[in-house]
Design a protein around this ligand. Structure first.
Ligand SMILES: Nc1ncnc2c1ncn2[C@@H]1O[C@H](COP(=O)(O)OP(=O)(O)OP(=O)(O)O)[C@@H](O)[C@H]1O
Length: 364
């Protein structure tokens, strides 16, 4: 394992800015055989923040989390927990809280004993343990089930116990890998609310892995979007959604339509016979990211105009999702207000508009 000193990357080990950073990762790399699956990860997880690693299957989320936890070695780079190099430490020496889908409860122990486990390991005295276990079961809403065994609990209840167990000793950092992955949608939504509430209440620093974009949106202070072992974007959900930094983020996170266009020397954008002005420093071929909700059927003063044909429509409650085919661009998706827009017949010719201020101009 290569260990790089903090100073070579200018990290401050003496306090100051470091105080607000719980975990600092610098140029972290991991290869399996000759295959590099983490390709230079830089990350500062701020104290108290809820940071989510979001990305498609195989992008490296779990590998990164397992390296931070100490279950997997890294090939090079550094990791500092509150300024301390943790590369050589075992998982238990790192003292992190963990809720992994496969990191099951102890089946022979009661709920209370499961929650108490980490506290006993840390040598807490009985009275203090009892008090803490009650407190934690109260927080996750399970005080009445403290005497049950895991097999007598539903999946959602088991994950609440796992959550209480991981948080009981107030770890500096809590790692969660798809903890809601095995649960059905309504239970997932309910537990998302709870995780958010408990995070607010306890102020624990969290790194959370999911491939579910909505889950990431609901829970996170910031999201790191992973693409093939790198961060394609790291920002607040709003910023990533409204101003995606790359076509990958636009497509994967904001479900945006990507439309080829040309940026000319004066900064105006030309796209399929229509032109509009915008603020961009890019020149030449570009990609326009347009979210489905930004497309409308009414003309705009300054913006994109595209002609196409309706392929199909789908009623989603208040919204109607309309799929279009735009010759030369391909399939596009718009979300329109179902109460204002009557049914559009497949095959109908339409003109789509998007205001310039809702279009992100990206490198093609
Ligand atoms: N032990 C291993 N040996 C070899 N390759 C591995 C090993 N573990 C992971 N990989 C590879 O590393 C890459 C990243 O895998 P990882 O599990 O971190 O992705 P992920 O983003 O968590 O995916 P998922 O959402 O499917 O869990 C994949 O290409 C995977 O095949």
């Amino acid at each position: 394992m290569t260990q790089v000193t903090a100073t070579s990357h200018g990290a401050d080990k003496t306090g100051g800015a470091q105080d607000s950073v719980t975990l600092r990762v610098r140029d972290l790399r991991k290869s399996f055989g000759g295959n590099e699956v983490l390709r230079g990860i830089d990350l500062d997880v701020r104290t108290g923040e809820f940071l989510t690693l979001l990305g498609p299957s195989g992008s490296g989320k779990t590998t990164l989390l397992r390296i931070i936890a100490g279950f997997e070695s890294h090939t090079s780079g550094e990791m500092l927990l509150r300024g301390r190099d943790i590369a050589g430490l075992s998982p238990s020496e790192r003292g992190l809280g963990m809720v992994f889908q496969q990191y099951a409860l102890f089946p022979h122990m009661t709920v209370a004993d499961n929650v108490a486990y980490g506290l006993r390991m840390r040598g807490w005295d009985r009275g203090k343990i009892g008090k803490r276990v009650s407190e934690m079961l109260e927080i996750v809403g399970l005080p009445h089930l403290s005497g049950r065994k895991p097999r007598q609990l539903s999946g959602g209840q088991q994950q609440r116990v796992a959550f209480a167990r991981a948080l009981a000793y107030a770890p500096q950092l809590l790692l969660m890998d798809e903890p809601l992955g095995a649960l059905d949608r309504s239970l997932r939504l309910q537990l998302e609310e709870e995780i958010k509430r408990v995070h607010r209440q306890m102020g624990t620093t969290v790194i959370y892995v999911t491939h579910d974009q909505e889950e990431a949106l609901v829970l996170s202070d910031r999201i790191a979007i992973m693409e093939e072992g790198r961060f394609a974007g790291l920002d607040t959900p709003t910023a990533l959604y409204q101003r995606p930094p790359s076509t990958f983020v636009a497509k994967f996170f904001a479900n945006a339509n990507l439309i080829p266009a040309t940026a000319s020397a004066d900064g105006s954008i030309e796209c399929r016979g229509s032109a509009f002005s915008t603020q961009t420093d890019l020149r030449g071929p570009v990609s326009l990211a347009v979210r489905p909700r930004s497309l409308r059927l009414e003309p705009v003063t300054n913006g994109l105009r595209l002609s196409g044909a309706v392929v199909e429509t789908l009623l989603l409650g208040d919204d109607r999702q309309v799929k279009f085919d735009v010759p030369g661009v391909g399939p596009m998706v718009a979300l329109v207000d179902a109460r204002q827009q009557s049914e559009l017949e497949p095959g109908a010719a339409v003109t789509l508009h998007a205001p310039a201020e809702e279009i992100t101009v990206l490198e093609a």
